[in-house]
Design a protein around this ligand. Sequence first.
Ligand code: DHE
Length: 481
Amino acid sequence: MPAWAGGPAGSVSDVATDYVQHCAVCHGADRLGGMGPALLPESLERLKPDAMRDLLRNGRAATQMPGFAGQLPEATLDRLAAWLRTAPAVAPHWEAADIRASRVVHHAPGSLPDRPVFQADPSNLFLVVESGSHHLSVLDGDAQAPIHRFQTRFALHGGPKFSRDGRYVFVASRDGWVSKYDLWNLALVAEVRVGLNTRNVAVSDDGRWVMAGNTLPRTLVLLRADDLSLARVYPVAGADGRASRVSAVYDAAPRQSFIAALRDIPAVWEIPYATLEPRVIALDDVLDDFFFDQPYRHILGASRAGAGQVIDLDAGRKVADLALTGMPHLGSGITWRRGGREVMASPNLRQGALSVIDMQTWQTVATIPTNGPGFFLRSHEATPYAWTDAMMSPRRDTLQVIDKQTLAVVGSVTPSPGRTAAHVEFTRDGRYALVSLMEPDGAIVVYDAATLREVKRLPMDRPVGKYNVFNKTTRSSGTSH
Ligand code: DHE
């Protein structure tokens, strides 16, 4: 018997009635979301059972979500928690018509002035995703001071993607909303819901298209970048018709195409801007995590089991195996020149080690021991160091600083002992490193990238990623694109 069906007082209809009475007004009668986020098994995957218990009882600070402790019996709350993790009786769907109907245009293309409304250098702005109360903060990178703060949709994930001139930025929420902001006018331009569970977005280098990758439904969604109107829905399926979730979609600017990584079928899709028709590259294994070399000729991929391979996108086939151990987080990889050769390094989600790979031979040339499994690695062309975290370990409060030539750990910073610090992004000139203190009463902590001295801290609500316009739009080899 499922956990939510506890006999006569806990039948499906009781739980469903409880949902309708207490939750539906914010989360939608169909559980697809409304003022509150969607409550589908896919949306709740990342919420641990204890966190769910706490949320239902005590609500979520700084949001409209109330606590139901004392209002509903404990057993009812437990049944609701279990029921929410089961699929709805009617399978949720999100078709082209739903996408079109969801779109809101706040400012029509061309209606806002073509110059910044602030004095700061628009190419040295940072965007900070504050996941605590779902905000995007805009920082002036020269003064390292906030200039604006937007409320966002629920749970942004993946890097914000900038137009080439840095004026527009596109973000996706895990709930399927794609939002476009005009950074020069500090304005939300348009929003559209492309799916019920979305991985990320990519923006074409020519500025015309936005592609979103979904896990629910199993689609890629192409939008016109100017007003987020729907151009095309691609059902994602293999030759045998089996549908696949999208792991992520990327813009491969040097190839003038989008590349989509698929989670359930061993293939990669390349969608050139010129044709917008998918080219399917068959693989031996499903790849879940990806790194592209700077020309976007090769993909370094890893399966969740850790096996790695190099795919030549021109040849459309595997050209080498990668000797990887643990669970490398290739998506957070960076490259640099070392002794006349290009090397790539990525953190590891399971091991306290960074693998350094020669980008010509694909051999692992070094393994750098670190404080523990980490998530992000960052550098900049103008700094000799790479910064990594150990946020998946007890040493999650400390970032280590690695010399890119000797590969030795040469320093560390601990912004706040005992509290999680991760994700670094440099200012445009590489002089300062901004670190996220990822706590509800957290901060962006600014370090001098040469002396490792703290310069200042800006209070933020659980800041996760931060993104510098110049480094992103010039596709710096020290950061993600
Ligand atoms: Fe992420 C980017 C996948 C969990 C914070 N994450 C990405 C990207 C992928 C990915 C494929 C690249 C997309 C892009 O840049 O557009 N992330 C995954 C997962 O599969 C995983 C492990 C589980 C999941 O359910 O999604 C996962 N990610 C997390 C987190 O728990 C993090 C730490 C907190 C959060 O907000 O969810 C997290 N992911 C991030 C960040 C980026 C990201 C900050 C952007 C990195 C960048 O600097 O560009």
